[in-house]
Design a binder for this molecule. Structure first.
Ligand code: PA5
Length: 425
């Protein structure tokens, strides 16, 4: 299903030397005995998820099919990035769909919010507010404004159908508000943190509303769970990847650049950055996650990667089969001198750019490259990728004694902001 290639990684240690530590930590993850073990619900989620709730999501998507012209997804961080990463990966940037996902509640920008309000005018809107705590300021503020818009536009009664809340099962401001207003609610499980939650209603509700096959996502997740539930480093590509990161950091590489050759994977890079960055960046440790889209960014960052400070290694996400392909047409006049490519497929050109760049970065630039290959950009692959990166993140963090499931550092800016905003204690 998914391949991992470390042969271009310029590794100075053998992955196999880490077998003993991996075997130990594999048990720590699966027996849930490590730091942050009350947030390991994602590990066997492919088998344990609430099937009734899942059917309720499918039912909701059917019921709202005519109304959900625009689906406003109101959330931030782990309550936002996964849905957007999946939506763009699967449907592309200009989807041929009757249902458009529009993201709000992930910024304080007044300009952005006003532009969204202008954009949705006259369109049939459904609003999914997503917040585990229910108190995240970006989300709560945008939701207050959009809720008023919805009530003015559709009336309170109709809003009971058009507003959906995804939040804690029992506690919190959003849960109370949703129950009082009579909104349909879906649960963010207690034992799954935000950045691991796209496989729960957090991601599944908006994706289902957008017409994405969420059953296939869960099938891919289950396949990955079955394939990767094994401590043998020869057989587990996710663990190989996790170990390579540690080896490369030992060699002095403190930045990892997630690279793809598909613009519709850009948000997957943003999601991956949160997963790795928030999980690993603690106690003065960790690798800084960065991302780029090639060949676009070869015309901006390419120079630095090739010849700049040797701080980074690359992790390339390669796609075997593009969603669409095309053939370069021939041109009688050939004024642009492109006839040498006539008859070739556009994806072949993209793949040659990948191969040429790999050679340039690895052989000439001495930049290590790790390669993860997925068959396509469909639902099943997304589900598979989720478990791959989740389990790799858990291992790679435990290898340096980091709790992968908390994020104490993100509270500092909030404290200062609340003081400046005059928030009551
Ligand atoms: O990964 C995390 O836990 C965070 O990114 C949260 O998802 C984010 O801060 C949003 O939190 P909440 O869902 O409570 O609004």
């Amino acid at each position: 299903m998914m391949k991992f290639d470390s042969t271009h990684g310029l590794l100075k240690e053998s992955i196999k030397d880490y077998q003993e530590v991996v075997t130990k930590l594999h048990s720590v993850i699966h027996e849930k005995t490590g730091a942050g073990n009350d947030y390991l619900g994602w590990v066997d989620w492919a088998k344990t998820y609430d099937k009734e709730e899942f059917d309720r999501i499918l039912q909701l998507a059917k019921e709202l099919e005519e109304k959900a012209e625009v689906i406003l997804v109101c959330g931030i961080g782990g309550s936002y990035l996964g849905a957007r990463a999946a939506g763009e990966m699967i449907q592309g940037l200009y989807p041929n769909s009757k249902h458009e996902l529009v993201y709000v509640g992930n910024t304080f920008s007044s300009t952005y919010l006003q532009q969204v309000l202008d954009y949705i005018k006259g369109k049939s809107v459904v609003l999914n507010v997503i917040s585990k705590s229910g108190t995240t300021t970006e989300t709560a503020l945008a939701f207050r404004i959009l809720k008023q818009y919805m009530e003015e536009t559709y009336g309170k009664e109709e809003c009971k159908k058009r507003i959906i809340a995804t939040t804690d099962k029992a506690r919190g401001t959003l849960k109370e508000l949703a129950d009082k207003e009579g909104y349909e609610t879906f649960v963010i499980p207690d034992d799954i943190g935000g950045r691991y939650s796209v496989i729960t209603p957090v991601g599944l509700v908006p994706l289902a509303l957008a017409g994405i096959d969420i059953k296939a996502i869960m099938d891919g997740l289950l396949q990955a769970y079955n394939d990767l539930n094994c401590d043998d480093l020869d057989k587990n590509p996710a663990y190989q990847y996790a170990v390579c990161r540690r080896i490369l950091q030992n060699q002095g590489y403190n930045v990892e650049m997630f690279v793809s050759y598909e613009p519709q994977l850009r948000m997957l890079g943003e999601w991956w950055k949160q997963l790795l960055g928030e999980s690993e960046g603690k106690d003065g440790k960790g690798i800084l996650p960065d991302s780029a889209t090639f060949s676009t960014d070869l015309h901006s960052l390419g120079q630095f990667i090739q010849e700049g400070n040797k701080v980074l290694f690359e992790t390339i996400l390669q796609v075997e089969k593009p969603t669409y392909d095309g053939i370069v047409p021939s041109d009688e006049e050939n004024l642009d001198c492109m006839n040498y490519l006539a008859g070739k497929s556009l994806d072949w050109v993209n793949k040659m750019a990948f191969e040429g760049t790999l050679e340039a970065h690895e052989k000439t630039g001495n930049v290590p490259n790790l390669i993860v290959t997925i068959p396509d950009m469909k639902e099943y692959s997304f589900g598979y990728l989720c478990h791959f990166f989740f389990i790799a993140t858990a291992l790679t963090c435990y290898m340096i004694d980091i709790n992968p499931f908390n994020q104490p550092g993100v509270e500092v800016y909030k404290k200062n902001m609340f003081r400046l905003l005059g928030k009551p204690e």
